[in-house]
Design a protein around this ligand. Structure first.
Ligand code: COA
Length: 148
């Protein structure tokens, strides 16, 4: 059974394991702690039969919110868990008053771009050479107020 819940600092060690597994350039624990203490922080995680298999974090400040990270363990990708996590994060941002959510994604990250598009995120611009390795980022935005 999949459960989506808020993440807390008590989950940090499990989130760091996932972070290192899912990203070539993982955040350090200090970066992760910094995000948890940020004003407007939102974090959710997915548990599959009690085991943490995915998470997302971002922040929501007044009308704007941003998705900073989303990741799902490789073995359980493609089963809709990323979508459930993203839905959990957007629900929390909306509850805090956000009217829209922004994100940046590597131009080559097809799975993530398809997932975002399935949740009404639209491409807004390209940020040339946004990443340290020179890859472009796509900026995407979802307007919540257009959906109600
Ligand atoms: C991006 C990521 C989180 C997606 O997790 P996931 O659990 O596989 O996501 P889902 O199963 O919900 O969606 C996966 C696929 O179903 C598609 N999908 C999901 N819901 C959909 C819907 N309602 N309609 C159409 N397509 C849908 C997605 O577009 C995606 O397409 P793909 O099979 O071609 O990859 C995962 O691939 C991952 O952890 N990647 C590594 C980390 C990363 O790159 N994160 C993003 C940048 S921070």
């Amino acid at each position: 059974m999949i459960t989506i819940r808020d993440s807390t600092e008590k989950d940090l060690s499990k989130l760091m394991l996932l972070e290192r597994e899912c990203f070539d350039d993982p955040w350090t624990i200090e970066m992760m702690k910094g995000e948890f203490s940020r004003v407007g922080f939102c974090g959710v995680l997915a548990e599959l039969d009690g085991e943490v298999v995915g998470y997302a974090c971002g922040f929501s400040l007044f009308e704007d919110s941003e998705l900073l990270k989303i990741a799902v363990r490789d073995e359980v990708r493609g089963r809709g868990i990323g979508g459930l996590i993203l839905d959990g994060l957007t629900e929390r941002a909306m509850a805090l008053g956000a009217q829209r959510m922004f994100l940046e994604v590597r131009a080559s990250n097809g799975s993530a771009i398809r997932l975002y598009a399935s949740r009404n995120f639209a491409k807004t611009r390209i940020r040339k050479r946004y990443y340290a390795d020179g890859e472009d980022a796509l900026e995407m935005k979802r307007d919540f107020y257009l959906e109600s």
